[in-house]
Design a protein around this ligand. Sequence first.
Ligand code: SF4
Length: 277
Amino acid sequence: MKVIKAKTMGMCFGVRDALALMRTIPNPEKTTVYGELVHNPEVLTEITQRGMTTVSETLRIPPFSQAVVITAHGVSQKKKRTLARNTEYIYDTTCPLVRKVHQKAQALQDEGYFIVVIGKSKHVEVKGIIGDLHAYTVVEKPAEVKRYLHKLLGIVCQTTTQPSLAKAIVQRIHDKNPTAQIEYVDTICKPTRSRQQSVEDLLNQVEAMVVVGGANSNNTRQLTELCYQREVPCVQVQNEQELSTAQFHSFNVVGVTAGTSTLDSTIEKVCQKLESY
Ligand code: SF4
């Protein structure tokens, strides 16, 4: 079987930086990670083995610990102040590109815009973005767009939104709100965009796809979704153990891509397993 890897795939700089910082924390057993540091089961095991505790970000206030790690997905300033009341030190690994979304949304709100966030309302990144806003809505699909009773509409995106989806939602907002002044700030991050573009390119060359990434990873799911949209057979796996090569018996050329929280070593093992078939 011939395996073709996507030109750009796998871990992004935001996740790499968060991981690098996590590995240098001096008192891991006295440190709590607020939410999944990255949506990657191997990394979560590493965190536990280092002695750190991970608590769900749905906990309003985590139990006291000497240090708290904020994940690359970020939290609102409001939440950060709450966390600071229950710890001595915060390691903030928020990705600079997520910070940028917070800043853009805040700036638009300060100028009087009602904010439309394109993304998943339950996703931790979106919760962080809307946490400091007072007039906003979250839209996941074009069908959810309404006619808003505001003259100024400011739009930002969750960083891992599929560009074509964002485009469709923005168009729908224009269609439904023809008299509104609409300001769209495209905050889809470059690593997400380049990984999606690489998959688009790869889909022309392969018969089937394997997408490697955490089951909870939004950008991984978006890569899988792209394959489905192009009707290319595709499986999403977290590691090589989940990959059943029997599913690929009728294919000669298979493509591989991976979400932004996937370790290079995991991608390599998946490719080796496919190539050995
Ligand atoms: S996916 Fe984009 S926004 Fe998220 S951590 Fe990576 S670079 Fe940052």
